[in-house]
Design a protein around this ligand. Structure first.
Ligand code: AMP
Ligand code: MG
Length: 550
């Protein structure tokens, strides 16, 4: 067992920072080097036994065109602007041309979909190009989504349409800039191919432009990667994958052993809790929290029918496939994460065999989540720290947010405008107190006197609480503005970018990418992007309803 990360970290400072080119990226490809491969090397669909991956070839695309690339991601890969604007970049990240050290493969994994074991799933339309180690000695796996069929494509085509690729590309980077753990995106390229999709599975298939996103993450390993081997009782492969994951993604935990596996499971639980707390902070709903869509690193992964809360509604799910059971609704995400962790626990149990220890870790998940959530809520409210007695204030807040359609992002952002120096709170009219929040209401005319009284009372309680902290307005506002974003990828904004991109105009994609690089800053001239959802978007496909068809 080579503790590669540690070795590399020691040499870290010795390496001068100089930009590499595409041609000199350092691929080390540990996933394919260290793990058992499917002996068959072609893309036909099949059950793959006893292997972590299958070597595959990306499909040749007719006419790849660069829509956009993410500068921060390019920089993390040591790529220059010239690289990203070169012909070779487009050819490489559309899958048309492989760099000499790339070793493309699709991963084998399984998963529970909507609560039911689905057997082998795998990278049906994602093709990993290999893993590079950058000059800071960070490991990044590069993956093309929509690059053609693999052994895991089942009945589907292995392709992705432009609309879902725009959504994945923009949201990955938006999440990163918001500080939410996420897989990243390097590039968005249209392929020149058309792809058949029945967007709402209602018998109206239509041709849509195809696209490929190059996703990037330290690794793309999912809960389902472990589940498949334990479901098949391929415990030796399970062990190899777990050892690889520990050495590669969790090197700080030390050499694989029963003890390390327990520490690993604890860390996976902690990371999952952190990720969900962030989702709850910014109003993100994943939409398909199947166990194959849960990253072992606690990264948001697989942007499909996700959505952003506009009006605060814990019961909202953006996914039409989930409309009946609402399993993946906003408010249920922590419970689902715990259920998914339980499935992971079953999968890795053969490595640990400590039932009570694992049960305790799962129980701790709930407690840790709750604590982290309370701390996060205190930050959103600009409180110095969370106190047990704030529970009532927070419960009051969540109830106020649901009185009538209230924009979550605007409400929290504008909460910072409240003035802690206001005197005679008890005699100030509700409407005066509420004024800074007025922008957040979708239908202000529906606010009854009763609602206003409830909101006013909550604001009084909140201001009294703020006074006990003794922070001045400016300090508190600054802090709140680092956790309450002004700009998020509102569902209708992504749709505006898609509508234009489908006509060959990439300007809004680029503008949103730029906007979302600074989600917490006031950006003069960009006020329109901070506004609440316009009425036309209330029931429009893509804005309020999304399907898995992508
Ligand atoms: P998802 O719910 O989108 O994360 O996908 C579930 C499974 O379906 C994964 O194994 C995907 O790789 C696979 N899949 C989704 N879309 C396609 C497609 N267009 N072609 C092949 N496989 C797909
Ligand atoms: Mg998936």
């Amino acid at each position: 067992v080579r503790p590669i990360r540690k070795d590399l970290r020691e040499t870290d400072m010795l390496v001068p920072k100089k930009n590499k080119t595409l041609q000199t990226l350092d691929f080390d490809n540990r996933f394919t080097k260290e793990l058992p491969a499917d002996p068959e090397n072609d893309n036909h669909r099949r059950e793959v036994m006893g292997a972590c991956y299958s070597r595959v070839h990306p499909k040749k695309m007719a006419e790849p065109t660069l829509v956009a690339y993410a500068p921060e991601m390019a920089d993390a890969l040591d790529l220059t602007r010239e690289d990203c604007e070169s012909e070779a970049f487009i050819e490489t990240f559309s899958g048309n041309r492989l760099l000499p050290d790339m070793d493309p493969y699709a991963m084998c994994y399984g998963g529970h979909q909507f609560g039911h074991w689905a057997g082998q799933l795998g990278d049906g339309r994602a093709i990993n190009l290999g893993e590079i180690v950058n000059q800071k000695k960070e490991r990044w796996a590069l993956q093309l989504k929509g690059a053609g069929p693999t052994p895991y494509s089942r009945t589907a085509d292995g392709l992705a349409v432009l609309r879902s690729s725009v959504r994945e590309f923009l949201c990955s980077e938006a999440m990163f800039h918001l500080g939410v753990p996420s897989t990243r995106a390097l590039s968005l390229i249209t392929t020149g191919e058309s792809v058949m999709r029945d967007m709402f599975y209602d018998g109206h298939p239509k041709r849509e432009p195809g696209a490929v996103v190059c996703r990037v993450a330290p690794s793309f390993t999912r809960f389902g990667n472990f589940q498949i081997f334990s479901a098949r009782r391929e415990i030796d492969v399970l062990r190899k994958l777990a050892e690889h994951t520990l050495r590669t993604d969790f090197p700080h935990l030390g050499a694989p052993s029963k003890k390390t596996y327990i520490a690993w499971f604890e860390e996976v639980c902690t990371r999952a809790a952190d990720m969900i707390v962030h989702w709850m902070r910014v109003g993100f709903v994943h939409g398909v929290m199947n166990t194959d869509n849960m990253s072992i690193l606690g990264l948001t992964i697989d942007y499909g029918p996700y959505g952003w809360l506009e009006n605060y509604d814990p019961n909202w799910t953006p996914n039409t496939t989930d409309a009946q059971g609402r399993r993946y609704r906003f408010g249920h995400q922590p419970q689902i994460a715990q259920w998914n962790l339980l499935q992971l626990a079953y999968a890795i149990y053969p490595l640990i065999e400590e039932k009570e220890m694992m049960e305790k870790t799962l129980d701790d998940f709930a407690k840790n989540y709750e604590n982290k959530w309370q701390t996060m809520m205190a930050q959103k409210l600009g409180l110095k720290q969370s106190r047990p007695e704030d529970e009532d204030l927070i419960a009051g807040l969540l109830s106020v947010l649901q009185l009538t359609e209230t924009d979550m992002t605007l409400f929290y952002r504008n909460l910072a405008h409240l003035d802690v120096n206001l005197e005679s709170l008890n005699t100030l009219p509700d409407e005066v107190l509420m004024a800074p929040l007025s922008e957040a209401y979708y239908t202000p005319e529906r606010l009854t006197d009763g609602h206003k009284a409830q909101i006013g009372n909550w604001i009084r309680q909140y201001l009294f609480r703020l006074k006990t902290d003794g922070l001045d307005n400016e300090t508190r506002r600054k802090q709140m503005n680092t956790v309450n974003p002004r700009y998020v990828l509102r569902n209708y904004l992504a749709q505006l970018a898609i509508d234009k991109a489908e006509q060959g105009d990439h300007s809004i994609v680029k503008e949103l990418l730029e906007l979302l690089r600074h989600p917490y800053e006031l950006q003069p001239g960009k006020e329109a992007y901070a506004q609440k959802r316009p009425d036309w978007a209330r029931t429009k496909a893509g804005c309020s309803m999304l399907s898995c068809s992508s």
